[in-house]
Design a protein around this ligand. Structure first.
Ligand SMILES: Nc1ncnc2c1ncn2[C@@H]1O[C@H](COP(=O)(O)OP(=O)(O)OP(=O)(O)O)[C@@H](O)[C@H]1O
Ligand SMILES: CC(C)(CO)[C@@H](O)C(=O)NCCC(=O)O
Length: 267
């Protein structure tokens, strides 16, 4: 059965980047465990369903996910069963029809998404909601300042537009004839009106459930690592070892990131 790691946090905080780097680092451990990572974005309903339900502008909110499918996936993965996960594309702003990734047989499986610490409806609402947190062996919450989050969101949008090379998919067309300043203004407004509302209402309230809170600075470097623990010597030692590992290695693995000092404590 895989060791399941959950990574939660706001939109554009760097969850998938951390999942990728962490997976790579863990697979280089002496025992060479096999690792995989997957995002809960794949369980978003396709745009056509969100549109039909009038919730396209609620993408990322709890009701925009197929929670039953997500719960089935996590339960199967936890039991070590192979399972197919649909794929979401930021480029196309939609779930990709017919595409999936198969996971569940790895030694370590990392699942990242806005909602991995939230609770999830059971099929047909039978029984109380499940705290997804309970399905993971270790959970992280990646945190950052709102100003930085907006900036990283805008930067990612710019990258998407650049990658589209003058032929953007439908949802990016509205940005195509805007100046750089207008793109930043429009994307910042979008972040504030949708993602920040979701952050305050649904994502940030789950932060304290995480085993580890990782705080990033405006240069993406890890500034602080807060480990939830009983205050015993082992937890304290693990907490003090973490920042050096996370900061230095994440920085090396993510090109252009500065290595900087980082505090660690047990909370
Ligand atoms: N360590 C890093 N150094 C430099 N840039 C980074 C780093 N981590 C993330 N980024 C950049 O920040 C942006 C958001 O990162 P990423 O896509 O990993 O976030 P996310 O939390 O997975 O987003 P979402 O919730 O929307 O899927 C991307 O443009 C990415 O390149
Ligand atoms: C796909 C999510 C929900 C999370 O990755 C996010 O990137 C997103 O698209 N949010 C919806 C609002 C927006 O367009 O940014």
């Amino acid at each position: 059965m895989p060791f399941l790691i959950g990574i939660a946090g706001p939109v554009a905080v760097g969850k998938s980047t951390i999942a990728r780097v962490l997976g790579e680092l863990l697979s280089r451990r002496p025992a060479a465990p096999s690792t995989g990572s997957v995002t809960t974005d794949g369980f978003l309903y396709p745009n056509r369903i969100l549109e039909r339900r009038g919730i396209l502008d609620r993408k990322g909110f709890p009701e925009s996910y197929d929670q039953e499918a997500m719960l089935r996936f996590l339960t199967a993965a936890r039991a070590g069963r192979q399972v197919r996960v649909p794929v979401y594309s930021h480029e196309h702003y939609d779930v990709v029809p017919g595409r999936s990734v198969t996971v569940g047989r790895e030694d370590i499986l990392i699942v990242e998404g806005l909602n991995v610490l939230q609770s999830c409806r059971r099929p047909d609402d039978r029984g109380p909601a499940v705290d997804l947190n309970d399905l993971f062996d270790l959970t992280l919450y990646v945190d950052a300042e709102f100003d930085d989050l907006r900036r990283w969101y805008v930067a990612r949008l710019r990258t998407l537009l650049r990658t589209a090379r003058g032929n953007p998919p439908a949802h990016l067309r509205r940005y195509a004839c805007l100046s750089a300043a207008e793109i930043a203004e429009e994307a910042t407004r979008r972040y504030r009106e949708i993602n920040e509302v979701n952050l305050v209402e649904n994502i940030q309230p789950t932060r304290e459930r995480a085993d580890v809170i990782v705080r990033k600075g405006s240069d993406h470097a890890v500034r602080e690592v807060l480990v939830r623990g009983s205050g015993d010597a082992t937890t304290s030692a693990a907490a003090s070892a973490l920042p050096a590992v996370v900061t230095a290695r994440t920085a090396r693995a993510a090109a252009g990131t500065q290595v900087s000092s980082c505090r660690a404590s047990v909370r």
